[in-house]
Design a protein. Sequence first.
Length: 758
Amino acid sequence: MSARPQFPIFKQTISRDIFLTLRSLWCKTAQTLGDRAFLVTEKELLSLADPTSVINIQHNLQNENFSLLITPQFNALLSSSWQPSTQDYQTDITFDTITISNYISRLKKLCQYDSNIIQYLEFNLTTPINNYYNYLQDFINQLMVILKLDQGWQEKFLSPENNNHCCLDLVTAKKMLHYQLEPKHILEGVQNQIEQKFDLLDTIQMTLDRVLMLLQVDRLVIYQLDVPLQYIDSTIVNVDIVTYEAKSSEKIDSILNFREETCFKKLSRCHTKYRQGFSVVINDVKAGSNLEPCLQNLMEKMQVKAKVVTPINLRDKLWGFLIAHQCSNTRKWHPSETQFLRDIADYIAIAIYQAQSYKLLQQQKNLLEEKVKTQAQQIKDALVAAQVANQSKHEFIDNMSHEFKTPLTCIIGLSGTLIHWTSNNNQPLPIEKQQKYLRTIQDSGKKLLKLVNNILDFSEVESGKHLLNITWFSLQDLLGNILPILKQEAQYKSINFSVNCQIITRNDYIYADRDRLEEILINIVGNGIKFTPSEGKVSLKIIKESTQIIFQIEDTGIGISQQQMPLIFNKFQQLEYSRRRTYGGAGLGLALTKHLVELHGGNIEVESVVGKGSVFTVYLPIKEQKKSENLNPNLPSIKSKTIVLITQDEEFSTFICEVLTAAEYQVVWLVDSSISPHQIKLLEPIVIILDKNCPEVNIELITEQIREIQLVRKIKIVLLCEEMSTLDWQKFAKYGVYDYMLKSMSFTQILNKIYTII
C-alpha cells in the first residue's frame, strides 16, 4: 500500500495558560474514551526511569513538554518547548502517524540508556498507533475554541505580514479526513462484492463511479497492459487498451477500448519508475507539462486539459494505470487528491488479486471435482471389473469342473471295470474291450494333461516369466511334426483338412521359437476342427512375404457373432454357458495363442460369419537369412567363444558348464577368485561370469585390471547372484559390470542371456 498523505501540523507560539488548557483537552479526551485511549506525557517517562538515568533524561528533555494521545479513532501529539526569554511555549500539534512515529523514535534515542523506558515505548506506543482519522471533527472544533480561531483564522495566520504560521485548515483537514475515510468505505464495498462473487468488471466499475463522484473529475479510466486479444484467424496478441471508464457527463467523449501503440510504447522505459509507485501529475497539459509532441497531440484529441496518471501494481508487476482526466478546464491537483488516487489504485490491485485468486480457486475446485468424479468412475469401473472377475471365476470353476470331471469319470470308471474283471477269473473281459477301455483311459489322461499344460503355459506367458527360444529352423520340418496330429483329428471328425504352403523348400527357414509356433498352429487349426461339423472343411495356407510370414486358417464351422468377437481372446472365456456347453475346453487356447504371437512381435486377426465359418490370420515378422549366416545362427559368429566362470558353487558350475559347452562355448572354470591381467590376456574371454558371493572377490579391482589392459570393450563382466536389488545394481554398474545372471535361471534363459550379452 502506498504512503498515506501527511496530515497538517499546527505550529504557533502560545501562552502558558493556553498550553495548559490544551493539555487539559488531551487529558479529558483520554478520560472520556476510557480504556480505549492511551495518554502519556514526559512525567510518565521520568517516573519509569532508573534512578541512575533520571538526571540524564531530565537534561535531554529540558524545557520540553509533550502529551501523546492514542485512540482507536485518531492519534494526537501536543509537543512544546518553553522559551525562558518570553515565558511562552513554542507549540506543535500533529495528527500524522509518520510524524508521531518519528517523535517516538526521538524519545527512544534520548532515553537509549534506560531499558524500562525503551520497553514502555515499544509496547505501549509504537504498536497501538493507527492509520485512520475517524471522529476527528469534535476534537478539532475544541482546538479552534481554545486557540480562538474564528472564520478568518486562515487569512490571519497565513498572511505575509504575520510571522506566526498555522497550517491547520479545518476545511482542508475535514476534506483530507474524508479522503482518508472514503477509500476505506470503497474498499469495504469492493471486498463485499468480491465476497458475494460479483463480477470483477462490476466491482471496478462501481469503484470508478464512486471515485469520479468524490473527486469531481470529468473522466476516470483504467489503461490495462498486456490484454490478450483474439483475432478472426484465432491468433492471440497482447495489447495495451482502456478496459474501464467512468464519465461525469455524456458530453465527455468516451475512450473505452482505446489503443495507442506509437506514443505509449516510447514510455516503456518509465515502467521501472511506475513499479516503484511514481505518478504523473499535470495541472495544465499545454503549459509546463513537458509532454512529447506525440502525447501533446493525443491529449488535445482527447480534450484533456489536466490529468493524473497513477500506476496499478499487482504483486510487483505493472498491471495498468488509473488515469484521471479534467476535460473542461485546467486543474491544480491537491497532493491529497493524488494520494487518494494512489490509495484507490492499491485497492483496485487488491480487488484484481482477490478476483484472480478466487478464479484460480474455482479452477482448482472444478479440477478437484473433476478428479473426484474420475476417481469415483474408476472405483465404479473397478467394482464392475471385480464383479466381472468374480463371475468369470465362477464360470471358470464350473468350466474346469466340467472339463476335469468328464475324463476323470472315464478314467476312474473304466479302470475300476478293468480291476473288477481281472480279479474275477470266472468271467474274463474280452481283449477287444480291454484295449478299448485302455485307449479311452489314455485319451482322457492326454486330455487332462493338455488342460493342465495350457493353464501352466498361459500363467507363465502372462506373468512375463516365459522367454522365447529363438532359433533358425525349417518350416517343412515343423509341418512334418504337427500335420499328422491335425490330420488324425480331422479324420476322426470326418473333416476335409488341406494345407497350401506357398514357400519353396530351400527358402523355408524362419527365425522364431519353434515349439511356440507349433503351439500357435495346433491351437488355431485345432479350434477350427473342433468347431466345424462333420463333412466340413479346414484349410491352412502359408505365405512368405519380404518382411513377414502369414499363416491363414479357414474353416466352415459354426462361426462367431459380432457381439462375441471382442471376447474370443479373453482368458477363460467360453462363448457358451458352461452348464449347457456343446464344445469342451478351458477357454485358454486363443488367449495363449494371442500372447505367443505378440511375443514374436506379430499380430492375429479374425473374420467370421455365424453359420458360415471363420478365418484366422497370423502375421509374424521374419528375418531373411544372409549368405554369411550359419544355418545354425543360434550361436554367435565370433572368433573367441571363451567364457571364464569364477565361482566356488560346484553344483551350479557343473550345470552351467554343461549348458554352455553343449552350445559350443569354451568354458574355463576358476575356483580361485583372484585373476591376474596375465591370465585375462592369455585366455581372451568374451565374458567373465563372476560369482557375487565368492569369498574375497573384488569386483572393482577386476574391472580396473581389465580397463588397464585396454580390453574393457572386448570383455563383458557378468555378475552371478541369488538376487539383485536396484541399489546394488547401481553400485556394480558404476564399477563397470555389464549385466547380471540369477542362479535360478533355466538353461534356456541362460543361453538367451549369454547370446544377448555378446
